[in-house]
Design a protein. Structure first.
Length: 655
């Protein structure tokens, strides 16, 4: 018997004659035991022509032979495909189970991390640097383990799943950035801050400038890491699982705000050492105490002023005195006061040091104040810082009270004592002495005791004081002044049409302390977009005199004033100023209440902006209401309002 030939390949010619083949079977070898057997009987009955094709056109068989069974190869392919699908299902099941297990574990661990993360703020607040570092190390270690879990093969396989693979990639990307932030931002920052607290930063009236510089360097180092991670999170794939989508969205906003804040801090921080007299330099600052009981546009009559010097962080306080006494009035208006300023505020802003801040732009008012101070008293001024009794009360609430001439002034009574009670308890002669004593003692108290204050408590008070306009500062150095602007404490009249600000200011001209009884309020309606893209807001501003006749009868003339223009003892004479936003306008102005016979609202220009000013008299119990429209430039941000900070909250009045 001849050996069977292999099955012919299409397109090949076989020259040998093929005889009939008998079916041949062989026992499978041990190595192939169990493998699928192939039936060769069909091949044994096939006939081949010389050309390799049968006349019927069937490859390898004669026309008279039956065709082989159809579907043989299909069954083989189906079996193979079935096996592949089975394997994929098994892998998918394992992957899904593992992913579920991993995700459940990560979710549980993330809740623990969130609880730990909340303690970081407390650690920083309490100045517990060691615990801050320990907590940061624990968080970073756990996040690193979680990130490694998402690097596994199962997560890689799942990332190729249609649609939901985007969620897997987003989750992995999120963990990657969390690990990046923990390792390259949180840990370095915690290590740097491990020795940081206000008690270390401020000791015995001095600021630790080298420690501050270390912190500044750390902030500069971590900024690129945080910026890169924020950008990566913003670019994560679109997700479809709602919980994951919510988590990512909740992260984006604080991350973006964090980047903005850190960028702002790193613009500010490098300049701070020079402001603190680093490298042996001495900086001299003029400190003002504004009295809201006698309003000026920036806050109040500057009843006390003193010099503070700083050398290598060490602070020295000079004596406080009344500027009105230390710097006598000038006979003529000077110091570069413009015609526009004289028209709106009077020539007093160039003659009387305590009237300079009728001008609401604090950089301008402080510049005039310092020029007059230096002209009479000499020396140098590297900056002017002004606070009011309300802010002082906030600060004394942190550092404790002071004793001035036998009277305790603290975080519960400072505002009322300095703006009301002192006038009833002390003679006019003793009042100025008392105010100067309080100012000096309070500043020394703050510098000596801030080291024991929680960092976040101090930050919260400063933020509140700045937002209310009760802590303002001006620096002649442009770089340092930009810091004041960035911090929001420059007290400037904004000149950018893109960020419109309406100004509503008041200056008491009753020559009294009647402003204790004044309350102000401004309400702005939703803006309406006009055809040209500008936006118009309807605004209502109110000015209320809360003094009643019975109370007025018990007040001294020093409080009520003796101006001849007063109609009765309750009357107050208040200059009001409405500053339109840069690039915008005020229109359709109407008033209700108050007597405007001395000066009704009049439009005037000021540095390219529109101003409306009036000088109403308002009787006790009366409210003057001013209604008007404010239009802002096209494409501008929403309108904001800056107003003169009053004593109304401390006094208990409503707007």
């Amino acid at each position: 018997m001849t050996e069977s030939n292999p099955a012919p390949r299409r397109g090949r010619h076989f020259k040998e004659n093929v005889t009939e083949h008998q079916p041949t079977y062989s026992q499978p070898s041990p190595s192939t035991q169990g493998a699928a057997r192939i039936d060769t009987s069909e091949y044994s009955r096939s006939s081949y022509t010389q050309g390799g094709y049968a006349p019927s056109g069937q490859y390898g068989q004669s026309a008279s032979q039956p065709s082989p069974k159809k579907g043989g190869k299909g069954k083989v392919v189906a079996a193979v495909v079935g096996c592949v699908l089975l394997v994929l299902l098994i892998i998918g099941g394992i992957t899904g189970f593992t992913l579920y297990r991993d995700a459940t574990g990560i979710l549980a661990q993330s809740k623990t991390l969130m609880s730990q993360a909340k303690t970081l703020k407390d650690d920083l607040k309490n100045g517990d640097g060691e615990q801050l570092l320990a907590t940061s190390q624990s968080i970073a270690s756990q996040i690193s383990a979680m990130e490694k879990t998402t690097e596994g093969l199962n997560w890689t396989i799942a990332s190729y799943i249609p649609v939901y693979g985007d969620d897997i990639r987003a989750a992995r990307g999120l963990m990657e950035q969390a690990d990046n932030l923990a390792q390259n931002a949180l840990l370095p920052a915690a290590q740097s801050l491990s020795g940081f607290s206000l008690s270390n930063l401020m000791q015995d009236g001095a600021i630790n400038v080298p420690l501050l510089q270390e912190v500044i360097t750390t902030l500069q180092d971590v900024e690129p890491v945080i910026t890169q991670s924020s950008q990566a999170i913003n670019e994560l794939p679109q997700t479809h699982i709602s919980k994951l989508t919510d988590t990512i969205n909740k992260l984006k906003d604080p991350m973006n705000k964090g980047v903005e804040a850190l960028d702002q801090i790193n613009q500010i921080a490098p300049v701070l050492p020079q402001m603190l007299g680093a490298n042996g330099q001495t900086r001299t600052y003029l400190l003002l105490a504004q009295n809201n009981a006698e309003l000026r546009s920036t806050g109040g009559f500057p009843g006390s002023a003193g010099i503070m010097t700083v050398t290598d962080g060490k602070i020295e306080m000079g004596d406080f005195a009344s500027p009105a006494i230390a710097v006598p009035w000038y006979d003529e208006c000077g110091f570069g006061v413009t015609d526009e300023e004289k028209a709106i505020f009077g020539d007093r802003v160039g003659r009387i040091i305590c009237d300079t801040n009728y001008i609401p732009d604090f950089p301008r008012a402080a510049s005039l104040f310092s020029q007059m101070w230096l002209d009479k008293l000499g020396g140098t001024v590297d900056g002017v810082v002004a606070i009011d009794p309300v802010f002082l009360q906030y600060m004394l609430g942190l550092t404790g009270g002071v004793d001035a001439n036998g009277i305790t002034v603290d975080g519960s009574n400072a505002a009322r004592m300095l703006m009301s009670d002192a006038y009833a308890q002390l003679s006019t002669k003793d009042q100025d002495v008392f105010f100067s004593a309080v100012a000096g003692a309070a500043f020394k108290n703050l510098m000596g005791n801030l080291g024991g204050v929680g960092l976040t408590d101090l930050t919260d008070v400063l933020k509140k004081g700045i937002e209310e306009g009760r802590f303002i500062a001006w620096m002649p150095n442009e770089d340092e002044e930009m810091i004041m602007v960035a911090l929001g404490c420059a007290g400037e009249v904004k000149t950018d049409p893109a960020t419109p600000q309406l100004g509503v200011y008041a200056g008491d001209d009753t020559a009294s302390k009647m402003s204790w009884y004044l309350s102000m309020g401004t309400n702005v309606s939703a803006g309406v977009t006009n055809a040209d893209g500008t936006v118009t807001y309807h605004v209502t501003s109110t000015f209320k005199n809360n003094l009643d006749a019975d109370t007025a009868a018990g007040l001294t003339e020093y409080v009520t004033g003796n101006m001849g223009i007063k109609r009765d003892i309750t009357d107050m004479f208040i200059h009001t100023y409405l500053f339109a936003p840069a690039g915008g306008s005020i229109s359709n102005l109407t008033t209700d209440g108050g007597d405007l016979s001395i000066q009704a609202f009049t439009e005037m220009p000021y540095n390219g902006m529109q101003v409306f000013t009036a000088s109403p008299r308002i009787l006790g119990g009366e409210t003057m209401t001013v209604s008007y429209d404010v239009t802002c430039a096209a494409g501008a941000a929403p309108l904001t309002v800056r107003t003169t900070p009053t004593a109304q909250e401390a006094a208990g009045w409503t707007a």
